[in-house]
Design a protein around this ligand. Structure first.
Ligand SMILES: Cc1cc2nc3c(=O)[nH]c(=O)nc-3n(C[C@H](O)[C@H](O)[C@H](O)COP(=O)(O)OP(=O)(O)OC[C@H]3O[C@@H](n4cnc5c(N)ncnc54)[C@H](O)[C@@H]3O)c2cc1C
Length: 447
């Protein structure tokens, strides 16, 4: 490929103790948690709101946050959860079990954006939107500066510790940390989530034609693929989630074979997915009781990428750890959502295998797996921590820990650990684990 050489002086515009890149659930949790420990914190995001997939991606539900006995994302997660609850109650909306099959809590993107910004402001975090990470300047095992591009041009920021919460592990990958990334035809496919209004939820609920778990829906999909009413076959139909008394969130359509690190592939997936969502709007209005007058009012401004790079860390958390409900000496939290590895193929057989995996991997009440601090420590870098869906783990473990409460848990620990490393003038690898665990236990985190 033809190349060009580009060289220029770049202003170092910002300096802080901790610099968090990516304001998704993990990044906001990390930034707030570090600032609450007294660190001066910068939080950068390429987009224009906090929350990543959970807001801009219009993900409709908060997945498992309890093992049936314990609330697992204690600390930052508790702060968000309780605020979500009161905002829903103020609208006289019963926000739990908002799927027709009774599961999860509804994620109102507008509420979550406000909650995150309230917490960030209260903690004193400097938030910088519209700043896309562009490069990293490293020296041996340290990141010295990170470069961003904003509407004002290129600039640099420096910090004692960096937290990579980009979801894609972009900072770690660009700092030459090795990573694992499945090929596009094996990766979980992304979804463009959408928001619907005009739904008669009671009628829909009574008719019981919901998701890929109901035969009636699978039969309707069969016919729609056959007649060309829906042009891309996709039996994995997660379905509709109630967001408020008037709004419904849809987690439907997959774009198969997408490379999340390639701009052309992502752009084509967005265009394909928007067309597919429009086809489903007609399909629902025509065939699904309660949706006769429904219309789509919005869809994600970020494509819902589920899986991207998993960064090589000192410990790669495995599905065996999941099944063993493993405890770790350097544990920083516990989690338990089943392995939800969306199949890379759209056919019925792949869907059935997926459903079986979800069913068989559910942990019994009161059980959860530990998450070790070492899974946040990228190999070969001493002032970088991973948080969220790009931490060190295998693919099946990733399909569990990637959900929003899991990202709150790893974000919170990364933030506190970063503040401790700065305060004690040591590397992230040599912080006192007991001190980190004590801080987490003060927040009632189960280790
Ligand atoms: C379609 C879909 C449905 C899902 N359903 C559920 C569900 O029902 N319940 C649940 O709990 N979880 C669900 N999840 C999982 C969950 O939403 C994500 O895994 C979670 O949001 C990941 O959080 P994160 O902070 O690691 O990354 P993200 O949410 O991906 O946030 C990353 C942030 O980093 C920013 N960023 C990326 N690159 C750069 C860069 N170069 N420079 C600056 N900023 C950058 C992005 O703009 C973004 O704001 C779903 C995910 C998807 C995609």
């Amino acid at each position: 490929m033809k190349t060009v050489r580009f060289s220029t002086d770049i202003p170092v515009r910002y300096s802080a103790d901790v610099c968090v890149i990516g304001a998704g659930p993990a990044g906001v949790s990390a930034a707030v948690s570090a600032a609450r420990q007294g660190a001066k914190v910068l939080l950068f995001d390429a987009h224009t709101m906090p929350g990543g997939m959970s807001t801009a991606g219009r993900v409709p539900t908060l997945m498992t946050y309890s093992d049936g006995v314990h609330f697992l994302p204690e600390g930052f997660g508790r702060d968000v959860f309780e605020r979500m609850q009161s905002m829903a109650e103020a609208l006289d909306f019963s926000w739990q079990n908002t799927t027709p099959w009774g599961f999860g809590a509804s994620l109102n993107s507008w509420h979550v954006q406000n909650i995150y910004e309230e917490l960030l402001t209260a903690a004193g975090v400097e938030v910088l939107y519209s700043c896309r990470l562009t490069a990293a300047i490293t020296e041996d095992d340290r990141i010295r500066q990170v470069l961003f591009v904003s509407p004002g041009g290129l600039f640099a920021a420096e910090a004692g510790v960096f937290v990579d919460a980009t979801g894609d592990g972009t900072l770690a990958a660009w700092s030459d940390v090795p990573f694992e990334l499945a090929p596009p035809d094996e990766l979980m496919p992304p979804t463009l989530c959408s928001i619907w209004t005009g739904v008669d939820w009671e009628t829909y609920h009574k008719a019981k034609v919901f998701s890929h778990d109901t035969d009636a829906m699978l039969e309707l999909l069969d016919k729609a693929f056959e007649t060309g009413e829906i042009t891309e076959m996709d039996y994995h139909h997660t379905g509709m989630f109630r967001l408020s008394n008037y709004l419904v969130g849809a987690n439907i359509t997959h774009a198969y074979g997408v490379d999340p690190s390639d701009e052309l592939s992502l752009s084509r997936a967005l265009i394909r997915n928007r067309r597919n969502v429009a086809q489903y709007e007609n399909f629902y209005r025509k065939h699904i009781k309660g949706f006769e007058k429904a219309e789509i009012i919005d869809c994600g401004s970020l494509l819902g990428v589920r899986e991207s790079r998993r960064i090589q860390c000192d410990y790669m958390l495995t599905f065996t750890d999941y099944k063993n409900c493993q405890d770790f000496e350097d544990g920083i939290g516990r989690y338990n959502y089943p392995a939800d590895l969306h199949p890379a193929k759209p056919d019925r057989q792949s869907l059935e295998e997926h459903k079986k995996l979800m069913r068989t991997s559910s942990l019994p009440k009161g059980k959860s797996y530990g998450i070790p601090y070492r899974s946040l420590l990228p190999v070969g870098k001493d002032n970088l921590l991973m948080a969220g869906r790009c931490i060190g783990c295998d693919r099946l473990m990733h399909s569990s820990v990637r959900t929003i409460p899991g990202c709150w848990i790893t974000g919170q620990s990364a933030g506190i650990a970063a503040a401790l490393a700065v305060k004690n003038g040591c590397s992230c690898r040599s912080i006192d684990i007991k001190e980190l665990q004590n801080r987490l236990q003060e927040l009632h985190v189960l280790l």
